[in-house]
Ligand binder design. Sequence first.
Ligand code: ZN
Length: 177
Amino acid sequence: MSVKRVLQYGEKSLREPSKEVHKVSKKIQELVQDLLDTMYAKNGVGMAAPQIGVNYRVFVIDVSKNDEPLNPIVFINPKIIKKSGSCVAQEGCISFPEAYTDVKRYSDVMVKALDRNGRPFVLEAKDGELLARAIQHENDHLDGILFIDHCVNRFETDEILAKHKLPPIDPEKLIND
Ligand code: ZN
């Protein structure tokens, strides 16, 4: 498989909702491998299919550290079935090169999904760990929601976007929860 071009903020597919996967076919398994190859090539923690221009409900995450073995987790048709708590931390996205801003997330989530072989699994991430944040970030991509929509400070975030020559926040997309 191969490293794909990553769409940048402002490109249309990033704002489009993604379709459910009806069958974990060879085509979907190839998509999974492309996502993993592209995520590792960009040193990312996660990557969702819309970021490579494919609007299917698939994302991958690997929160292993540099000195640890790779630990890819594949999520197909994910659903967050439990969420609680809240925490704020700096967040970025491969579709927003070098732009980071404070984002509020649930600190605990439980997600169910299919793995790359189409087998269902449930995963819990707690206490604001990176995995919990990554699951919410990537899951949002499948609904056309971007991390800046959850930003803590709109004006500061707009300044950061401008500094990196990215389009401004869309005020209609802001989420206040
Ligand atoms: Zn992202």
